[in-house]
Design a protein. Sequence first.
Length: 239
Amino acid sequence: MEDETMAMNINVNVSSSGLRAGSRTYKIPDIKTQKVDLTQKMHHYEGYRIPDGTDMSKLSNAHIVMNSKGEKYVVSEKTAQQMESDLNKYSMEQFAPVEQLNAQSTKEAAEKTASDMSKIYQVIARMCRGDSVPFSDEQRLIKFDPRIYQMAKNAQTMEKNLKKKTKKYGSLWDEKEEKEWRNLQNGLNEISDQALSVASNNTRVFAGAQADSIEDLGDLPEDFSQSDLSADGHIDLTV
């Protein structure tokens, strides 16, 4: 089976080793798009073709599949279950890179949140000691909790009046690192979107190939009975 790696245009550096942001490297899951034969991942399917003019109301509980030519087939419950099982297995394979990327992005976000919270608490402590912090750090505290910021600001004013000497700190946030973080998230999100698009398209193609591969057993018999078929609905693999 041939495949083709999808081009990835992202906002961070991409190399054979992965996605880089500054000194950090992140593994990029394989993102591939199918090009040819998919039958290796399918079982053999067969069904009866539904002739034109058939009263479809009589087949309301049958498993019906339509191929790319618009031909409709009735398949057995066993065949319908096998088709659904094959499709689910293939879909899981295709969406695995998406899950990996989402997990990676979530992990990075959690680590960033923990780091930011630690810095927020340091800003509060510094202000409560009467020390000065950059306006940008105060802005982050305001965004985090305006009430806590006001309490820290009041404490800062009081401590400055009581102390002869206070400290002046630089920002706890490095703008270069913040930019790298934003670029990393943008890159992961863009790759994830591409992976999702490829996986969705490949799954649709596979479903269509399943329908097109059904062996024609001939026209549905006029005395066809649904007694041997499940009454829980039908499978829809419309291309």
